[in-house]
Design a protein around this ligand. Structure first.
Ligand SMILES: Cc1ncc(COP(=O)(O)O)c(C=O)c1O
Length: 379
């Protein structure tokens, strides 16, 4: 067999190893997707589009009215001054992030990420043949230390990746932190890749300030959002790339030369999603309840220490007092307590922590945490 490039052979599968469906009877506190059905208005729009024969090639960036709807959302909701032709609708936010990476990182460039980082962000830097530079966040807040970020910038740095609210830590960066990161990017003429997939899911008083809404930020920020998490649409594979028009034109050509566009009949559904935030408000209520439920139940297990997440639907749980490292903890929790959690041991900055998702239903959360408590008590 001819050679497969080393940087591709060495690609890791992110959290995949811990997300595979476990044997029956195991409680999963791992999955990063809402335990809701996609709102029916969205599903019906797709069904209608198929019935009406919306099954042909179309505009690569996404239908004009679709792009315009998401541009309006970003302008009105987050004050991002994007034009309608600054939007490219992609197969999932992940693909939008990859396009952003293609724009912002050439082979040998360094990309700064806050650690612990969602593994896909790191792997996408690797796909580009660029170098991930992981800057550990402060603990226990998991907020970035701007001096450490500044110290990590070199002549080879091309981009800073920001993901707030954050997966896996649940941290929501303050407006001052966002401003500080944008200031550094301006000073060093860097791109910002801003993964804002969880911005509708913030649970404290922090106001989300998009880097692209900060003075001097828009021209250098590649913003990624999408309906996967907010509208329970993870399996639909719809994501939104937003940037200054010249950048979106490049990304439109990247998409045109690769997957062409998202399925034509999903475009009507994705447009309905851009204008449908009522169900998201309902989901929010459920998440707030589930977050409190998981927090209360974990607080009854003194050997575990959970930090209150500010956003998204993940909880960082410090397991060091159990005497186990996070990987051993996760393996034994699976084998002995029949609970699946994600160990962050192998992620710089995540040592000693497991990630629990409270996107699961109430009963699943109750059963999972109860089992963890009983198992740890029996040690
Ligand atoms: C931080 C972050 N960005 C992007 C994504 C991917 O979103 P999508 O399913 O739209 O590709 C995820 C999914 O887990 C995520 O956690």
């Amino acid at each position: 067999m001819p050679n497969i490039p080393d940087h591709l052979v060495n690609l890791k599968g992110g959290f995949k190893a811990f997300l595979s469906p476990p044997p029956e009877g195991v409680v999963r506190l791992t999955v990063g997707e809402p335990a809701f059905d996609t709102p029916s208005a969205i599903s019906e729009a797709a069904i209608k589009a198929i019935r009406e024969g919306d099954t042909h090639y179309t505009r690569g960036e996404g239908r004009e009215s679709l792009c315009s709807s998401w541009a309006s959302y970003l302008r009105e909701r987050w004050s991002i001054p994007v034009q309608d032709d600054g939007i490219v609708v992609t197969p999932g936010a992940k693909q939008a992030l990859l396009y952003a990476m293609m724009v912002a990182a050439e082979p040998g460039d360094e990309v700064i990420l806050m650690a612990p980082s969602w593994p896909t962000h790191v792997e996408q830097v690797e796909i580009m043949g660029a170098i991930p530079v992981l800057v550990k966040c402060q603990q226990p807040s998991f907020h970035p230390n701007l001096d450490d970020v500044a110290a990590a910038i070199t002549d080879r740095t091309s981009a800073i990746l920001i993901n707030s609210p954050n997966n896996p830590t649940g941290a929501v960066y303050t407006p001052e932190e966002m401003q500080g990161l944008v200031r550094l990017a301006i000073e060093h003429d860097l791109w910002i890749i801003s993964d804002e997939i969880y911005t509708e899911l913030i649970w404290n008083e922090t106001e989300h300030v998009a880097p692209a809404a900060i003075e001097g930020g828009f021209e250098r920020t590649l913003t990624v959002v999408g309906p996967s998490k907010t509208h329970a649409m993870t399996g639909w594979r719809v994501g939104i790339f937003a940037a200054p028009t010249p950048v979106a034109k490049v990304v439109g050509r990247l998409q045109g030369n690769t997957c062409s566009h998202i399925p034509a009949f999903l475009m009507s559904a994705a447009e309905v999603a851009a204008n449908n935030w009522d169900s998201v408000a309902e989901f929010r209520g459920d998440y707030i309840r589930r977050r409190a439920l998981m927090m209360d139940l974990l607080n009854e297990i003194p050997i575990l220490s959970a930090s209150e997440p500010e956003g998204a639907f993940y909880m960082m749980v410090d397991v060091t007092s159990t005497g186990m490292d996070a990987t051993t903890f996760a393996k034994r929790a699976m084998d002995e307590a029949k609970v699946q959690v994600i160990p962050l041991e192998s992620l710089p900055g995540g040592e000693g922590f497991v990630r629990l998702s409270y996107a699961a239903e109430d009963e699943v959360i109750k059963e999972g945490v109860k089992r963890l408590g009983a198992w740890l008590n029996s040690q």
